[in-house]
Design a protein around this ligand. Structure first.
Ligand SMILES: [Zn+2]
Ligand SMILES: [Zn+2]
Length: 346
């Protein structure tokens, strides 16, 4: 095997990244080397590229970017048992410590000492990548390689929608970025009766219909609570999945839920915000759930099963595919918001 590969490297603590030749990494006894077949850009990759506050606090350049991946195992460490050479795999992004209270109680996805692939160690925007045995996910080889690389955000969407118990219910999804778009398909697959999506970007509003939304509104032009009233009447929605992090979407999303209903919060607001807890949450007896990561690995079983049996259609959300070296074009699309998932191919 050759010893050099191409990778997207966050080289300096500043805006941007470079496509360059680097050494193919060596693996430790509990690591796996894969040949990358498909990767996808996540919002966090865009933050690292732009070098926002969160990136500055968490990343130590130089480092290879990226964490959403599918590829073939080409080498396994001496202690690895979970996968073997030739297996088709993806990877969880959260790297758990294995010994904190959360890890010991089946909640590895919220490990207190968590490290993140492509954030605290080299990522997957490269021809080859190192994965941890604790994270590697053997993927059914019949699953389309691009869908396999977006199992990680699909997992976010699944964990956001699952608590809503949406079968036969009225659902509001605020924010149709890539994970919001995938959440529309998940809500449909799980049997939601009527899905309203709120999204300011026109491109993503159109995509929302393709993912299975029944109604789509622009919250800049219409009052979201009036739209909820028009569509669902006084009852409101049974469940809101908040995927935007926008303060108005969070407040309206909670207000839109019927008493006794459920809200999942996945979007991250930039700042603290005030809520009317008394009237909007406590007296309404609603349940508000924070969502982060994906359950390791019950959510991955669901994602893999839905994809393998073609029970979810992710085709519309993959809006762009490009070679790894054209990643700047992908980042520009992310900036404009005129995209769903962008696939990068080494
Ligand atoms: Zn991601
Ligand atoms: Zn832990």
């Amino acid at each position: 095997m050759k010893n050099k590969m191409h990778a997207i490297v966050k080289e300096k603590p500043e805006y941007g990244a470079v496509y360059k030749e680097v050494e193919i990494p060596e693996i430790g006894p509990e690591q796996i080397l894969i040949q990358v077949k498909s990767t996808s850009i996540c919002g966090s990759d865009f933050h690292i590229y732009k070098w926002n506050k969160w990136a500055q606090d968490n990343i130590e350049p130089p480092q290879i970017m990226g964490h959403e991946v599918a590829g073939d195992v080409i080498e396994v460490g001496s202690r690895v048992q979970k996968v073997k050479k030739g297996d088709f795999v993806s990877s969880e992004t959260h790297i758990p410590c294995g010994h904190c209270y959360q890890c010991e109680t089946g909640q590895e996805h919220i490990c207190r000492n968590m490290k993140i692939l492509g954030v605290h160690q080299d990522g997957v925007f490269a021809e080859y990548a190192v994965l941890e045995e604790v994270d590697v996910w053997k993927t059914d080889p019949s699953i389309n390689k691009d869908f396999a690389s977006i199992q990680e955000p699909l997992g976010n969407a699944i964990d956001t929608i699952l608590p809503g118990e949406v079968a036969g219910k009225d659902v509001l999804i605020t924010g149709a970025g890539p994970v919001g778009l995938i959440a529309i398909a998940v809500a449909n697959t799980f049997g939601a009766a009527n899905i309203l999506v709120s999204e300011p970007n026109e491109y993503r509003r159109n995509l929302s219909y393709e993912m299975g939304a029944d109604h789509v509104v622009n919250p800049i032009e219409v009052n979201l609570l009036e739209a909820v009233q028009d569509i669902f009447g006084n009852k409101g929605v049974d469940f809101t999945a908040e995927m935007s992090g926008h303060p108005d979407a969070i407040r309206d999303g909670i207000k839109a839920v019927t008493p006794g209903g459920i809200v999942s919060l996945l979007g991250l607001p930039d700042d603290k915000l005030s809520l009317d807890l008394t009237n909007d949450i406590i007296f309404k007896n609603i349940k508000v759930v924070g969502i982060t990561g994906r359950k390791m690995f019950s959510t991955w079983h669901i994602a893999n099963n839905l994809l393998k049996n073609e029970k979810i259609n992710l085709s519309p959300v993959i809006t762009h595919k490009m070679p790894l070296k054209d990643f700047e074009k992908g980042m520009k699309l992310m900036e404009e918001g005129n995209c769903g998932k962008i696939i990068l191919k080494p």
